[in-house]
Design a protein around this ligand. Structure first.
Ligand code: HQG
Length: 182
């Protein structure tokens, strides 16, 4: 597959495995796993040709390591970023570094400094350990801005942090007092 096809298939998988599995009649379990044969059959119903080799290539080449395949090769899941309520992943709690970063767009700043960072449609607020990643995340919504989150201080106050398999940090919400604009 060329890069364009890989990106396009990755977007399709993100849509199905994070947000709208029901559009192809796919069942996800609470940990987000879907049977790959069912995924292939559901996609075929929408005239989208997938097979195990294509899916493995998308998973292996994905820039953000968004997906994982089970050890037996039969199931696939998105490792984070879900909005569908059928998935309630139980991430293991982790101690965060001193600071983490959140990329957003300048147009959201007034609201963020009023009500803090909220998860929105997804299940968590997404944070990263490096500013470059945060900047590219923010760029998706307009003029980007990076916010510094006092993660260690939040942790000391009892807020929970989780680290997805692809190194994206997750937390339920971030109160204004822990947010600094850079
Ligand atoms: C903003 C991508 C107003 C928040 C990325 C963000 C990430 C508020 C947007 C992952 C707000 C939500 C997630 C408030 C938060 N008022 N705006 N109180 N609180 N926001 O897409 O973090 O490529 O759901 O700043 O790499 O942008 O999809 O979250 O701008 O890891 O794999 O509301 O998605 O990964 O947007 O991105 P999103 P996000 P993928």
């Amino acid at each position: 597959m060329d890069k364009k096809q890989l990106d396009e298939t990755s977007k399709f998988l993100s849509y199905i495995l994070r947000h709208e599995p029901q559009t192809i009649g796919l069942h996800l379990d609470a940990e987000g796993w879907a049977d790959i044969d069912c995924l292939i059959a559901g996609a075929a119903g929408q005239r989208r040709v997938l097979d195990h080799a294509i899916i493995r290539e998308v998973v292996a080449t994905n820039d953000k390591k968004r997906f994982a395949i089970s050890e037996d090769g039969q199931r696939i899941r998105a490792v984070q970023g879900h909005s569908t309520s059928t998935v309630q992943r139980q991430y293991v709690e982790q101690i965060p570094p001193e600071v983490l970063y959140h990329g957003t767009a300048t147009r959201f700043l007034a609201s963020i400094f009023e009500e803090g960072l909220k998860a929105g449609a997804r299940h968590h607020v997404h944070l990263s350990q490096d500013m470059t990643t945060a900047l590219s995340v923010g760029q998706r919504y307009g003029k980007p801005v990076v916010l510094k989150i006092e993660a260690q201080r939040m942790h000391q106050r009892g807020f929970k942090f989780f680290l997805a398999e692809n190194d994206v940090w997750l937390t339920d919400a971030v109160a204004v007092e822990f947010i600094r604009e850079i």
